[in-house]
Design a protein around this ligand. Sequence first.
Ligand SMILES: Cc1ncc(COP(=O)(O)O)c(C=O)c1O
Length: 396
Amino acid sequence: MFDQLNALPADPLLGLISQFRDDPNPKKVDLGVGVYRDESGHTAIMSAVQKAAQQHLETEDSKTYIGPGGVPGFIQGVKSLVFGKDSSILKDERIAAIQTPGGCGALRVGAELIKRVKGELTVWVSDPTWANHIPLIKSAGLNIKTYPYFDHSTGAVNFTAMDEQLAQLGPTDIVLLHGCCHNPTGADLSFENWQQVASRAAQNGFIPFVDIAYQGLGDGLEEDVKGVRYLAEKVDEMIVATSCSKNFGLYRERTGSLLIQTKSKEQAQAIQTQIQDVARANYSMSPAYGGFLVDLVLSNDSLRTEWEAELNSMALRVKSLRAGLLKQIQLQGIEQDFSFITQQKGMFSYLGITKEQVQRLKSEYSIYMADSSRVNVAGLNTHCLEYVAQSLKAVL
Ligand SMILES: Cc1ncc(COP(=O)(O)O)c(C=O)c1O
């Protein structure tokens, strides 16, 4: 039976990890995989999370199953982070929510929930979008189409083209939006763009599906969800997938949530049974551990303050690396305009160079990035900025 199945090609980004590891060049720079790194290239455990882990170890007295929705305090905490603690949507109990195995788990359960709705529905994703969106959504059996998003000539969102597409959509469409820090481009919607998306959704009846995996890594915890909160107020229904991989550094704990905004408390109760049923049919229940840690961090004033400060410093570090890289590019006298680097948000930028140039950066200068020229800005450090800019100049 299994001889019918051939080996699949290696994932290009994961392939970069081993190539980087085996590269003896002391100047090598890894801008490939999307994890936050500190100045020394390390993905450290956040200090508030570490303290929460210690507390949890001292107080946990059972490993029995938790409920199918996950850790209740975690769910409350995440809802407040996304919607705001004073949100009327929360007060009216219009949200069904479930803890999930990471943001990927949330996207997949969300997609399967959509699949349960009658009719031919289409999920629209930005062009480009995070590579894993497509398999996660497609393998739930949904149709996918793309809407125009990124303008390669400016390094910003082509909102006119995006809006023209949104104007054509209706109640059988779901529009996947990146809540902030768009992956892979770093080009985010402005608040005015969010307002326009909200008015299109409210008028035409398409359902927003917000993937927010980087809250706090752009302009701040509150600022990063300003658009999402506005949208939530304007539409009846919305899907949100969150991830704690980046902003709590809980990559391997697989901690995320799926939040379904419905029209009423009664509908939320019905949808709660549906999402739990989807989870049950897939993996039964989410791992609980990361949820306990996030709950402890968010509900303890001192841990929360410490976490917010650390998250802020991570976001500031990425911003200063953006500014530093642009400065070095300008000092090298590179004529091509790279000023978009400092306008983009979060960990990623598209450099907008060709695949051949990306290959040369790797083979001649040991600078590793995705073929699309997406770079993980957090993979830079203050010592390599000049080298990266010099190498870029050499291949341009
Ligand atoms: C846009 C986007 N969504 C969701 C995720 C989900 O990540 P995880 O499943 O590790 O929480 C990621 C991770 O890279 C991402 O970039």
